[in-house]
Design a protein around this ligand. Structure first.
Ligand code: NDP
Length: 315
């Protein structure tokens, strides 16, 4: 049971959290960062990151995260393992408790707990992770130039991913479990008139196959009806776009969230509805969800925290 006090507590260890830690430590805020379940965040489950500026020959996701972590530590950020399990944002300084018994009091808090892509829950998704299965077309689409891919989902994300992939791949299947797309009309129209995209309505994925890399998916159409049909499609890539879940359960009673559970920010800033509590990265960004945009948000959150402390004479 240890007790700590810091001007700036950072919760979460993805690009947003580590970047906030770099900026906060350089601003002399002696931040403490809690790494949570998955130090490095979603990037630790990717292979090469080719779209993070500064790495013309790409960098592996885990390496990028280790480098950001080391950079934060080099400037004095204290990085602690442990999951924050409760927060008190009503009283000041704020208090947070971790699962290892730590209690932290903090003048400011930066929430950078990220979001997780939803998967179907098939064992094959894990088997082919990094070998054909991805939840980010922007990150991995480039590996499928001239190949055949499938996207699962019928919302705006799935349509956007399918359209993006159609500019790279030779053919894109869109696997939709309902007889219609949930996406906005304009996205639907774009998808339906794109000659490279074939929409497979009323279809669910039963499994994936191929050795060692992905070669196809087994689908079922009209499952549970007299018209049920099981068939295979040959694909090189399988992209999930069935939504993300922001990691905000801990904050649902104390921070304003949008209808999908993402933290709502005050326009153009990293400020939440609680003075002194800021948010950065995917947890507050349903739209872009990129490592570079998360890092940018982490920078802004640390700068906002520093300004808040200075302007309120809390140093
Ligand atoms: P949505 O929740 O809108 O859509 C999820 C899609 O995945 C639905 O078609 C859903 O099917 C399907 N799905 C969910 N679970 C499964 C499953 N187990 N098996 C098969 N299919 C499944 O999520 P999005 O990520 O698309 O969008 C989130 C929010 O972000 C939305 O408000 C969206 O409008 C917005 N957005 C906006 C964009 C833009 O404006 N450019 C771009 C991307 C997102 P079903 O319909 O049957 O439930």
């Amino acid at each position: 049971m240890a007790e700590f006090s810091t001007p700036c507590l950072i919760i979460g260890a993805g690009p947003a959290g580590y970047t906030a830690a770099i900026y906060a430590s350089r601003a002399n805020l002696t931040p403490i960062l809690y790494e949570g379940h998955q130090p490095g965040g979603q990037l630790t489950t990717t292979t090469d990151v080719e779209n993070f500026p500064g790495f013309p020959s790409a960098i592996s996701g885990p390496q990028l995260m280790m480098d950001m972590r080391a950079q934060a530590q080099a400037f004095g950020a204290e990085i602690r393992s442990g999951i924050i399990t409760s927060v008190d944002f009503k009283n000041r300084p704020f208090t947070a408790k971790a699962d290892n018994g730590d209690t932290v009091t903090a003048t400011t808090v930066i929430i950078a707990t990220g979001a997780n892509a939803r998967y179907l829950g098939l064992p094959d998704e894990e088997k082919y992770s990094g070998l054909g299965v991805s939840a980010c077309a922007t990150c991995d689409g480039f590996f499928y130039r001239g190949k055949t891919v499938a996207v699962v989902g019928g919302g705006d994300s799935a349509c956007e991913e399918a359209l993006y992939l159609s500019s790279l791949a030779s053919k894109v299947y869109l696997i939709v479990r309902k007889p219609f797309l949930r996406a906005s009309k304009v996205m639907q129209e774009r998808v339906l008139k794109n000659e490279k995209i074939t929409v497979l309505f009323n279809c669910n994925t039963l499994g994936l196959f191929g050795e060692p890399n992905l070669q196809g998916a087994k689908l079922v159409e009209n499952s549970g009806t007299e018209n049920e049909q099981v068939f295979d499609i040959a694909i090189d890539g399988f992209f999930l776009a069935i939504g993300h879940t922001p990691n905000t359960a801990l904050f649902k009673d104390c921070i304003r969230l949008d209808d999908n559970g993402y933290i709502k920010l005050e326009d153009g800033t990293s400020m939440t509805n609680v003075d002194g509590v800021f948010a950065a990265g995917d947890v507050a960004d349903p739209r872009y969800q990129q490592a570079i945009s998360a890092a940018g948000m982490g920078c802004r959150a640390a700068m906002d925290a520093e300004r808040y402390i200075t302007e309120n004479g809390l140093r």
